[in-house]
Structure formats: C-alpha cells, structure tokens
Design a protein around this ligand. Sequence first.
Ligand SMILES: [Fe+2]
Length: 248
Amino acid sequence: MSFPLNRRRFIVGLSKTAAAFTLSGTAVSSLTAGEFNKRSGNQYLITGFDQTPLPYAYSDLEPVIDTMTMDIHYNRHAAAYASNLRDAAKAEGVNMKEPLEKLLSVISKYSTKLRNNGGGHYNHELFWHSMCKGGALLQDGLLKKELIKQFGSFESFQTQFNDAAKSRFGSGWAWLYADKDKQLRIGSTPNQDNPLMDLSDIKGTPLLGLDVWEHAYYLKYQNKRADYIAGWWKVVNWKSVEERYVGV
Ligand SMILES: [Fe+2]
C-alpha cells in the first residue's frame, strides 16, 4: 500500500509531534504504534515499544547475514532491548502509547538504561526494515537525486558511509540521515545512540542505519568488519529508505 507524498509527510509529521490528529477517524494518540502503523500501511513510520515481526525469514538474508546470526540478533539481543526498554519506561513513568521517537528526542532527561535500550530497540526496528531478501536497488527519484547532489555519486556516498562504519571504534552504528534542513548526512554514533537523541553529536532523522556491533556479524565474519559492511549493501532495501526520506 502506498500513499501520496502529502499523505506520507502528514503521517511522519505525526511522529514528530505526537499530536492528536486523526487517522480514519480515530485519534492517533489513542492508538498504539503497532495499530497506527497497521492502519497507515507502513510498518516503520512510528516506532512503538514492542518488537514488530521480522519482515522476512531468518534465512532470507543469506549468504550476507547467516541464519543463526539473524535468529540470535532478533530473538535475543533485540528482544532484550525491547524488554528492558519497557521495564525502564514503566519505572520512569513514560507513556508507552506515544511514539518512541518522541521519547528519544528528550532522552537526556531520563536514565542511561532508558537511553541504551530505547536506542537499541529503535535502531534494530529500523535496521530490520532497511533490509530485504535480495536487496532492493535505489531507483531514480528524490533520494537518488539528493545523494548524487550531496556526495557526488552513489559510489562516493557508499565509500563515505563505509568509512563511517569501519572507523566507529568499538560498538555503534553508521547512519545516513537527514538533518533539520532535509540535507543528507553521513555519521556514526557509539553504543545504541542515534541521531534522534537530543544528546547525540549528530542530529536528524535516521534513514538508513548499519549495526556494527560485533553481535551483528561475528559468527560469520569474526573480526572482518569491512567484509560484513561490503556484503551488507547487497541486502539493503532502498525502497524503504526512499519512503522514509520522502516522508521527512
Ligand atoms: Fe544489534
């Protein structure tokens, strides 16, 4: 199901404000993120506090990401972030019916547990939905045009993104994100931080994130992070990245 441009912008706008607009006559504030996304037909415009189903089988990203890594990553690591997030949110009085994006924008007011697990849950939800079986190529459109304008060529963009992913010391994420002026930017964050967080060095709307924690690749690639990064491009779902950018 696809939406006209203005519809997508409207929906994403909701995630920024969590305002009580309506969707099919129902106040958004009365919907959980899962209910909202189901009704909007888009699984990742607003992030809730529960894991959404993996949009493909554990084996679908083979040989780039092996089945065991996908299983452990989704069912243990990411599941733990979601569970710990809910525990912390409950303890700190967070309204879990509001978008997670709203909480992350003021995360400096909350505990380290909420920061780490809120970021961990958000980042992984975005990550799962940024990949698909066989990958989906970037088609001619707004995102491709802006990528070339900003970075010179798609290949140049990939090189800069790879550098950000390879040079992140320890655990963290590499990002393609849109800043407040909708300019495309590349950067990285430590641990489970992301550009939505008010305490992040880089700020904006995440469009594409690459998990460079060792749990994401060590079973297959061991210490060869660069090989994991190079292979990962083959499973990127550019259709979802494009939709996210159009909605910014
Ligand atoms: Fe991860």
